[in-house]
Each structure stands twice: as structure tokens, then as C-alpha cells.
Design a protein around this ligand. Structure first.
Ligand SMILES: [Zn+2]
Length: 410
């Protein structure tokens, strides 16, 4: 937290924790009555691939099965059938080699899709169970290929989540997953991050006054983000290096905000994001938006994931500076803070004992005083007692080199 009026830095885990926590702003829709008799959900051992029901928000409204008739080209589909608004996934397990880039893919279609009118748009996706990594979502009866790349990091086995619905995005309908594949690419690793910084100039969303950023704002944003190269290298003592920041300034307005946080709905800007992410091996995305007046006092959000990449969102009010401590000067503090939330997320995936970024007080670093560089320095260099700072492996970024090769299931 930073004790300035507008400046409250908040870690918001928009997707991830919701996977495990059922009460995530979900409300039951009223347009579709729940079935009188809950459907059974039971594992169907089939074929050589290990798969099992993975998780469901409301287990009485999901039916997991295999289907040998409705397939794309393989022998069978795995079916996640939501009989009422729900979020559920089946899991398929594969052996993986640590520290490699993988790609998972499947042909997917959804019959009788119906979105919960009280939620965001749900639909079918593929992802990695137990992580935030997830493909785009599909909602129609047309077979469509979904894919997702991701680093295995320390994993020796991974479970592909075949998911119907999403946190805060429940839906009903029958999702078929056919031709599920996993492939491994030759991979190079480094600690040199490539960042994509997108500056959205305009907000034009129903129910909110329009907001815009001007040329002066853009210049200040670019200058400020440019400072993170030196800040992160010096604070981490050279453990992390930003070697590239690609900027893009967008006129296209932000039109959809997440209820509750009034932050940007990433699926609603997925076309903009996806076309910039293809083949570029970015390590992190920074969104800067003109939402400073509408995002309920939150100046920055971090710890979120888009597809397989950490994403930060910084809200700005036109003509105002970013909130930051003036003694000592640290103009890029909000950007550093939110990127640290991404490192915190990765470090916790590797080592669950990693301290929270907001735990500074517990370790004797006082809020808004020596929280800043002193705490970040101890956190990034992991000089905390018990080794509870960032795991050094969290700095590693993975780049695909060469083509993907098929991996056989168990
Ligand atoms: Zn924070």
C-alpha cells in the first residue's frame, strides 16, 4: 500500500486464486432454471491417456465423459458437459522435462452454449491445471483449434485442464475436446526480459464518463516506464535485466471493464493483445490505461496472467503524475511494484514459501518508508530470513528456439 489518496497498490489475482476458491463474485443467473435432478459426475477410464475429472465449481451441474462419435479426427473426445451455469475442468496428465517450452493444443467445440447473464463470457479453453496459464475461450459449435505455449519450469508432470467455464464467467453447454496434443520445443533461457508496453489513450465504456490521455501523458508514461530498466537491474543487484521495451500507443478505446475492480477486461482486448504476442517471446505485458478516475482508487494491478504471460495494469489520470514516494525519488515505483507481483507469482509457483510482496511490515520494513528500495532490494536479492525472498529461478525467461516436437502421453 502507498498512503496517498489515490494510490493504493493492490495485488489482484483475477484468474488464479479463483481456480481454487469457489466464491468469486459469482451469482447464479435467473434465465435458466437449474435441473431438478443433479447430474452425476464420475470418472470414465478410457484409452491409454490418463484423464480424470479435475475440478468443478458446482459438481452437481457437470457431467464428465468420453465420446466416440463427436470427434474432430481422433478416436474420442473428452466431454465437459455443464448442465447449468458452471465452471469445471477435466485433466489429462503428461510427463514433461523441466525448463522447456511446451505447446498444448486441442480441437474444441461447444454445443448449446449459454453464458450466465450475470457473469463475463465463459466458454471452453485449455490450460495448465494449478497455474494461471490458459488459452483463449471458445463458445460455438464449430470445431476450433485452441493452443497455449508455456514453460514447464520445475514441473516433471503437468495436467492439461480441459475447461468449460471460467472464474466469474460461468456458462452452460457441452464442450468437446478432441485431438489433444502436447509438443516440446528446443528452448533457450536467460534472465533478460522483453516487455510489451501498451498505452491505451481512451476509455469509452457504458456507464462510465469517457476518459483520454494526451501527448504529454504519453511522453511522461514512456519516460517513466523507461526507468524500470535501471531500477530493476540495480535493485536486484543484476539478477534481472530488462533488455527490451516495445511501446505501442492505441487509439482504440477500452470498452469493457471488470465489475468490482473497474479494471480492463483482458478478453475484451484479446485481439489487440494476441496479434502483438505472436512469436515475440515477451516476458511481461504492461498496460497503461486512462482509468485513474474510475478504477476505484487503485493505481496499479499486478500478479495477473494473460495466456502464459504476466500482465500489469497501471491506471492514470490525465495530467497527473503517477503516485510515488518523493523521498527518495522513485517515479517508476508503481511499475516496479507491479512487475514484482509477477515475480512473486512465479516464485510462488516454484517455491510456495515465498513471502508476499506486501509482507514488508512482517520483516521490519515499514509501509511507505523503507518499504521501497530497502524492502524491494531484500526481496529481489533474497536476503530475507529463511530464504523467503524471490526464488532466483523466478527471473528465468524462456524462449522457443526451433520447432515443436510431439510428446507421447504416458
Ligand atoms: Zn501490490
Amino acid at each position: 500500500m502507498i498512503y496517498t489518496k489515490r494510490i493504493i497498490l493492490v495485488l489482484v489475482i483475477i484468474l488464479g486464486l479463483c481456480l481454487a476458491m469457489s466464491a468469486c463474485n459469482r451469482r447464479n443467473g435467473r434465465e435458466q432454471a437449474p435441473p431438478d435432478t443433479p447430474t452425476a459426475s464420475e470418472p470414465l477410464p478410457d484409452d491409454s491417456i490418463k484423464w480424470e475429472p479435475g475440478w468443478s465449481w458446482q459438481s452437481q451441474y457437470v457431467n464428465f465423459r468420453t465420446d466416440r462419435d463427436t470427434v474432430y479426427s481422433g478416436e474420442y473426445s473428452i466431454v465437459v458437459d455443464n448442465t447449468y451455469f458452471n465452471d469445471a475442468w477435466a485433466a489429462v496428465k503428461y510427463p514433461v522435462i523441466p525448463n522447456s517450452m511446451y505447446r498444448i493444443s486441442a480441437m474444441v467445440k461447444v454445443e448449446n452454449f449459454l453464458a450466465n447473464p450475470n457473469d463475463s463470457i465463459g466458454g471452453a479453453s485449455i490450460g495448465i491445471a494449478g497455474t494461471f496459464y490458459q488459452s483463449s475461450r471458445h463458445t460455438t459449435g464449430q470445431w476450433t483449434r485452441l493452443e497455449l505455449e508455456f514453460p514447464s519450469r520445475e514441473m516433471t508432470e503437468m495436467a492439461i485442464a480441459l475447461r468449460n467455464g471460467n472464474s466469474s464467467a460461468t456458462s452452460s453447454g457441452t464442450a468437446y475436446f478432441s485431438d489433444i496434443r502436447i509438443e516440446k520445443a528446443e528452448t533457450v533461457t536467460s534472465t533478460e526480459w522483453k516487455i510489451l508496453a501498451l498505452i491505451f489513450l481512451n476509455l469509452d465504456a457504458p456507464g462510465f464518463p469517457p476518459e483520454s490521455l494526451n501527448d504529454e501523458d504519453v511522453q511522461h508514461i514512456r519516460e517513466t516506464i523507461g526507468m524500470i530498466k535501471d531500477s530493476l537491474a540495480s535493485i536486484s543487484g543484476g539478477l534481472m535485466k530488462i533488455n527490451l521495451i516495445d511501446f505501442d500507443v492505441l487509439d482504440e478505446p477500452i470498452r469493457v471493464l471488470n465489475p468490482g475492480t473497474n479494471s480492463t477486461n483482458h478478453e475484451a482486448i484479446s485481439r489487440i493483445l494476441d496479434e502483438r504476442l505472436v512469436g515475440d517471446n515477451y516476458s511481461h505485458i504492461i498496460l497503461v490505461t486512462p482509468l485513474g478516475n474510475v478504477a476505484q482508487g487503485w493505481s496499479g494491478l499486478g500478479g495477473m496472467v494473460y495466456r502464459n504471460i504476466g500482465i500489469s495494469e497501471i491506471h492514470r489520470v490525465s495530467g497527473e503524475r503517477f503516485g510515488f514516494p518523493s523521498t527518495p525519488p522513485f517515479p517508476d515505483a508503481v511499475f516496479v511494484h507491479e512487475i514484482l507481483h509477477d515475480l512473486e507469482r512465479i516464485s510462488k509457483e516454484i517455491n510456495p514459501n515465498t513471502a508476499d510482496l506486501h509482507d514488508n511490515d512482517t520483516f521490519g520494513y515499514r509501509d511507505a518508508q523503507d518499504e521501497w528500495r530497502a524492502w524491494y532490494t531484500a526481496y529481489m536479492r533474497n536476503t530475507l530470513p529463511g530464504g523467503k525472498g524471490l526464488d532466483r529461478r523466478a527471473y528465468v525467461v524462456y524462449q522457443r528456439k526451433g520447432n515443436f516436437q510431439s510428446v507421447e502421453p504416458y
